[in-house]
Design a protein around this ligand. Sequence first.
Ligand SMILES: *Cc1c(COP(=O)(O)O)cnc(C)c1O
Length: 350
Amino acid sequence: MPAEPSCPPPPLRLTLDPAALAHNWRALDRLSGTAAAGAAVKADGYGIGARRAVPVLAAAGCRDFFVAHWAEAAALVDLVDPACLAVLHGPLTAAEAAWAQANGVRPVLNSLEQIERWQAVGGGVCHLMVDTGINRLGLPLAALGDSRLAALRVDILLSHLASADEESPLNGRQLEAWQAARQRVPHRRASLANSAGITLGAAYHGQLTRPGLALYGGVPCAALAGQIRPVVRPEAAILQVRTIAAGDTVGYNATFTAPGPMRVGVVGLGYADGYLRAWSGCGSAHFDGVRLPVLGRVSMDMTVIDLTATPRAGEGDWVTIDYDLPAAAQLTGLSQYELLTSLGQRLARN
Ligand SMILES: *Cc1c(COP(=O)(O)O)cnc(C)c1O
């Protein structure tokens, strides 16, 4: 019997530029001075696909990878040395601590309870998060004298900046608190800076930096402008072309009215794919170098674009969705982080 044909690829995809990803890591590693740059690959590599990103980053020289959840580490253990995978949320249950032990993945311990849980399953090398002012995860400085810390074998002593992407007195205060923690807790490497934090100067670098957003093409602060290349590009096929007349309207609630005869195309990308309604009226695509504005409201599975300027584009042709992250954030009011991580699973990533 002939094999069943496999399901053909969907009419939308997220194209990755591995050279740009490697370039961005190398740029951030260089900007980290004597510190090495690691990589935050949580949330499936900020939506671009962690299993695609990790081998590219590793080949560029990256050694340390940070995920949020244990399941995210489990999805990567076959790609990198598990000891190089750090789970930021730490062990919330004995089962998570035991899984870390069994697989050699390193927990980031965030509380005295997590420290106890780690020691209860045998302990060993771990990372320790100290809260220096973001008041999210991590031990408060006041807990650093606790006797339960004495037996820890800390590789990375880390903390996280709240306002690295802006000029804020909080940055200096967090730096001081992190320096104080470094004096009190024996550790192998100290780490504070995320993407934007790298630009705050050598004092913030320690031995390891932890960029995420900028690896994937985000530009969180002016100091990184010109150094970071776009990494992903959403593309969608035109499902149907139609001609409309003056006075015709497009899409839900008829928010666009044609001023004259127009050629419009329907692409199979909508807010269910993370192309949110914020793009209605301001989004655009490109075909053959021609800009094609979004017309009317973005709907769940479809968006209509103006093809009038490009008579050559027809059904089945692929257009590139304009998604330059800093510009997109300006246009939509969404953060660059949201723009990346909301891109949905219906976009093929290969
Ligand atoms: C997400 C995260 C990072 C990366 O931050 P970016 O702003 O994306 O560079 C670094 N460290 C921790 C603890 C994080 O949660």
